[in-house]
Design a protein around this ligand. Structure first.
Ligand code: ADP
Ligand code: MG
Length: 272
């Protein structure tokens, strides 16, 4: 399956109010009393609506913590996180994709998507149309009746992305979603996510420790220092988006230069 199999219009599945994210003086600390550990901050970051921000940093620098703060799964110890000006609400503010798909394996692809549509409060009469749009968008047409355990890991992760798009919420958050996949599947899914974010215009925050993945996906890259994570590099990426030849892009000189710059920044940030 390739990104070219993803179809749909801007009016189609996943169209949502696009959300802005504002992180003001945020610090996040784990533990209580004498035994505390500061995982993030102090950190300031604004993500304008429609941006595809990629957070990169060494393992343990606080990337997942930051994503959980934006999703509203955790509240910051200090400072504030706002999405569209309001405090984030878990399950409502953002569609989230984790490293593993976390689907119901005994259900069909359709069953998993329908659960998300039900949870999102989509009228039952609209489910077939929405389901078809979502599955087409992630290149999974024709798989509705397959059971999750019958499809590949890459396809399962596509279902997880479709599920995250099901709710028409303002944000899409992805936490190293392709880390467990083989290189070829990973590249294809990167192409799909790039296409999906371009088509939907939904604000996206994507976490990875791969400079290559970051440069391919991001319209902006933020490299975090080692824990407690703060901004080490904030880099706009002006590579072409929309209908591009992925192979050509990956092979371009601009791509190689950006990848080297990000890779260097990640290593320097981890060492300080
Ligand atoms: P990353 O995603 O960049 O690998 P995390 O956000 O998962 O980093 O973790 C940042 C730091 O916070 C790590 O040192 C980790 O051990 C610590 N940490 C993460 N979650 C918890 C938790 N629930 N309780 C205590 N420490 C945690
Ligand atoms: Mg993590």
């Amino acid at each position: 399956m390739s990104s070219s199999e993803i179809t749909g219009t801007v009016q189609g599945a996943g169209t949502a109010r696009s959300g802005s994210v504002r992180i003001d003086h945020v610090t996040h600390r784990y533990g209580r009393g004498g035994e505390t550990f500061t995982a993030v901050g102090p950190l300031d970051l604004t993500v304008p609506a429609g941006e595809c921000l990629v957070l990169v940093g060494a393992s343990g620098c606080g990337k997942s913590t930051l994503l959980r703060l934006i999703a509203g799964f955790e509240r910051p110890t200090h400072g504030s996180v706002r999405v569209c000006g309001a405090e984030p609400r878990p399950g409502e503010t953002a569609g989230v994709v984790f490293q593993t798909p976390r689907l119901f394996p005994w259900r069909t692809v359709r069953g998993n998507i329908d659960l998300a549509l039900r949870y999102a409060g989509v009228e039952r009469a609209r489910w077939p149309e929405r389901r078809a749009e979502l599955l087409a968008r992630v290149g999974l047409d024709g798989t509705e009746r397959r059971r999750v355990w019958e499809i590949s890991g890459g396809q399962q992760q596509r279902v997880a992305i479709a599920r995250a798009l099901a709710a028409e919420n303002p944000l899409l958050l992805l936490d190293e979603p392709f880390a467990a996949l083989d290189a070829l599947t990973r590249e294809r899914l990167q192409e799909d996510v790039r296409r999906v974010t371009d088509l939907t215009g939904r604000t996206t925050v994507f976490v990875t420790h791969s400079a290559d993945e970051a440069v391919f996906l991001g319209s902006r890259i933020v490299v975090l220092t080692r824990s407690p994570g703060t901004v080490a590099l904030d880099l706009p990426i002006s590579l072409p988006r929309g209908d591009v030849d992925a192979e050509e892009l990956r092979g371009s000189r601009e791509f190689a230069e950006l990848r080297a710059q990000v890779s260097h920044a990640v290593k320097a940030a981890a060492a300080t």
